[in-house]
Design a protein around this ligand. Structure first.
Ligand code: APR
Length: 242
């Protein structure tokens, strides 16, 4: 527990803490991760067939239904003790935490971190696939999988960031600013495989912040970590932040 005690001290003393979360953050809520060998979504599904714009254009119903299924599953789960600890910290220390998440599940927001920077969008929302024309009206959608504009055929798509797509510019800029200016970054439950999100840990390190990893497994981001806590998010965060 020595490392944990040290990190608790860093949390207490930090002027500004950036927290970068990934799918492992929600694992204890019952949301599958992407890259875990047995239970990860990408162990069973090919991301190129489900998480790219070209996959959606080729098989809109298949991709829409897969996201609809995940959305329904996420609606049925609850934020865990890790989400709650982050939300409580933000409430008790206004302005000291920037929460950056790759998760599209909305669990941070439901726990109370309503200003979490959602780098990969939100699975609860959808948007137009192509730039909407005057005929593309939400109040006149043709129901279906996916719903469409009955006039021009423009499709609704999940409002998540797919492989090869740009991240929302405002959220990414705010995240990069936090990574440059924090003095402590907690990296929780991410494999560190997907950029630009993973690069935020390097930015924080290069800018002089301490980086702490919370993950039962090793990741490539361990290279810049001051300490790696091999624990789960729901167990570790309440201890670190409480
Ligand atoms: N607590 C903390 N970490 C955990 C837990 C847990 N309870 N369970 C699993 N992990 C760790 C795993 O060891 C792994 O390193 O969480 C990580 C999950 O990694 P990924 O499945 O790759 O998820 P993530 O890093 O968020 O993926 C990034 O890839 O396909 C995409 O867009 C998707 O946002 C996602 C991005």
């Amino acid at each position: 527990m020595g490392d944990t005690d040290a990190v608790r001290g860093w949390v207490r003393d930090a002027r500004h803490i950036a927290v970068l979360t990934g799918a492992g953050m929600s694992a204890e809520s019952g949301v599958p991760t992407f890259r875990d060998a047995q239970t990860g979504l990408w162990a069973h599904f090919d991301p190129q067939e489900l998480a790219t714009e070209s996959a959606f254009r080729a098989h809109p119903q298949r991709v829409w239904d897969w996201y609809a299924h995940r959305r329904d599953m996420i609606r049925a789960v609850l934020p865990n003790a890790g989400h709650a600890a982050l939300a409580a910290f933000a409430r008790q220390h206004p302005g000291r935490q920037t929460l950056i998440t790759q998760n599209v599940d909305g669990l941070h927001q439901r726990a109370g971190n309503t200003d979490a920077l959602a780098l990969h969008g939100s699975i609860a929302e959808d948007r137009w696939l192509d730039v909407p024309r005057a005929c593309c009206r939400l109040d006149a959608l043709e129901a279906g999988h996916p719903p469409r504009c009955p006039v021009c055929g423009n499709l609704r798509r999940p409002a998540v960031v797919w492989f090869g797509e740009n991240l929302p510019a405002d959220a990414l800029e705010a995240a990069e600013h936090a990574a440059r200016h924090c003095d402590l970054m907690l990296v929780v439950g991410t494999s560190g495989e997907v950029y630009p999100a993973a690069g935020l840990a390097f930015t924080a390190h290069q800018s002089g912040a301490r980086v702490v990893i919370v993950n039962p497994e090793p990741t490539p981001l361990d290279a810049v970590a001051e300490t790696c806590l091999r624990e789960t998010a729901a167990v570790c965060l309440p201890v670190l932040l409480g």
